[in-house]
Write a protein that binds this ligand. Structure first.
Ligand SMILES: [Zn+2]
Length: 128
């Protein structure tokens, strides 16, 4: 059983921010900012696209409910980050959504530089 399944089953203790029958949200033990929280479905799915639509709806609703609770931290904004696959930086093979509260001037999340990519070529591939 994976570590997030164990957290969902309460076999491993965590600082739970929000919980309902479908999802559990807990503070990330390696926080990128004050209040960095992970929201995970209680059922094990490896990546987002494997999840049934209904489960996805529960997950994103759980994200919203968790943000409402985190607002007590008075952040100025927040990032929703979801990594799927090793190449994307997914470290635990159980779907999880990061909520990263942002505070004016912090550098908690940075996107890569703009790349010179041929959009016509990309579009031809995905539309073929
Ligand atoms: Zn799992």
């Amino acid at each position: 059983m994976c570590i997030f399944c164990k957290i969902a089953n309460k076999e491993i203790p965590s600082k739970i921010v929000y919980e309902d029958p479908y999802v559990i949200a807990f503070l990330d033990i390696n926080p990128r900012s004050k209040g960095h929280t992970l929201v995970v479905p209680k059922k094990h799915y490896k990546t987002l696209d494997e999840m049934p639509d209904e489960e996805l709806c529960h997950l994103i609703k759980g994200v919203k409910e968790t943000i409402k609770i985190l607002k007590k931290l008075n952040f100025d904004g927040y990032n929703i980050v979801n990594n799927n696959g090793k190449a994307a930086g997914q470290e635990i093979d159980h779907v999880h959504i990061h909520i990263i509260p942002r505070y004016e001037g912090d550098e908690a999340v940075k996107f890569g530089e703009v790349k010179d990519i041929d959009l016509d070529e990309v579009y031809k591939i995905i539309k073929s």
